[in-house]
Design a protein around this ligand. Structure first.
Ligand code: PLP
Ligand code: COI
Length: 343
């Protein structure tokens, strides 16, 4: 047993029992192993270290009201990892292998799944990296795939702590026709500098615009953007954002709850007409955004400030969607769409 204080969990590293791994070399995957050491040994000329040949995933497991474990939509993450790997030109585990390793990692670390009632969860981090010694800039012929788990609470503030966001006009996280829609490490590296500047200026989130024209909302550095206007859920359509599994689920839930759903280009000026705005994603779940400041640069004075009435709490529609999605994840609500793998 561990002595974790589940009520104090944030989003930081905690050593668990095992990490589940396999290596791909010369046309086959090695037998899946459970390692008690999270550290890995790599060739120092691995392309993941030099050229960013790496992709990852993020999903969660929950202890439900009925004492069962639920993993949220893992097959969606498997498909997205396979898509990212194809972009990098490296071998990915099959969907079946991905699911088997995720289940094994969760089973071997059951004592790290936060108990029902804590509102925390077990974050699952699959990682696929190019390994093997190589000097040339090309995809790796060898890959290493691991699934590590980590108990987590809120990523930033959480549902009851709305964020202040800044539009990063002088930075892009992705290029037009670039890697923005793939879950590759380079996109996160590209967001760090803007994130540091924004943090120093007192913002919790950076909102990126479309990198071609800087006219439309794209997404945050580690979550998608959504807004509510009357009874409509609105979220960007863009080729440079990550296709969020949480956002896809919220669109389905919004429709189920009788809302209209629009996935389309959102010009920045439209921010003035929204009732609620927020971040959505596996780590942030739904984090409301109460203020968005549009500035020529993060240090400059704002040109426009958009404020939402949810200054100290989520708006009513965001709260309803949050309650519904977390209700399904914790087994408190019927899993109407069959999203959870339950065991
Ligand atoms: N956008 C980015 C850039 C992310 O890193 C994430 C997190 O995974 C998301 C969106 C949300 O995606 P998902 O809901 O699949 O976790
Ligand atoms: C997630 O929500 O799973 C993410 O990957 C976000 C971040 C921790 C990278």
């Amino acid at each position: 047993m561990n002595n974790i204080d589940w009520s104090k969990l944030g989003f930081s590293y905690i050593k668990t029992n095992t990490m589940v791994c396999s290596r791909y070399k010369e046309g086959r995957w090695s037998p899946v192993e459970s390692c008690t050491d999270d550290r890995i040994t790599l060739d120092s000329l691995s392309a993941s270290l030099h050229y960013g040949v790496e992709c990852f995933e993020g999903l969660k497991a929950f202890y439900g009201k009925d004492g069962k474990i639920r993993i949220f939509r893992p097959e969606e993450n498997a498909r997205r990892l396979i898509r990212s790997a194809a972009y990098l030109g490296i071998e990915a585990p099959s969907e079946e292998m991905f699911l088997g390793m995720v289940l094994r990692a969760v089973s071997e670390n059951k004592d790290f799944i936060p108990p029902y009632g804590s509102r925390a969860s077990l974050y699952i981090r699959p990682l696929l990296i190019g390994v093997g010694p190589q000097l040339g800039v090309k995809p790796s012929s060898e890959t290493f795939f691991s699934v590590l788990v980590n108990p987590v609470g809120a990523y930033a503030g959480g549902i009851d702590d709305p964020a202040r966001a800044v539009i990063a006009r002088e930075y892009d996280r992705a290029a037009p026709h670039g890697s923005g829609s793939y879950k590759v490490g380079g996109n996160y590296a590209a967001s760090l500098y803007a994130g540091m500047q924004a943090g120093k200026a007192g913002y919790q989130a950076v909102l990126y615009l479309d990198p071609k024209e800087h006219k439309y909302i794209d997404e945050f550095s580690s979550s998608n953007f959504f807004a509510v206007k009357g009874n409509t859920y609105i979220t960007p359509y863009s080729e440079t954002i990550l296709p969020s599994i949480t956002n896809k689920s919220l669109c389905q839930l919004a429709e189920y709850l009788g809302m209209k759903v629009e996935r389309r280009a959102i010009p920045t000026e439209e921010l003035a007409s929204f009732d609620e705005t927020g971040e959505c994603g596996t780590a942030v779940v739904i984090t409301p955004v109460s203020v968005i400041e549009d500035k020529p640069s993060i240090q400059a004075a704002p040109t426009v400030v958009y404020s939402y009435k949810n200054a100290g709490a989520p708006g009513t529609k965001s709260r309803k969607l949050y309650d519904k999605i977390t209700g399904i994840q914790y087994g408190e609500e019927p899993d109407i769409f069959g999203w959870c793998t339950v065991y």
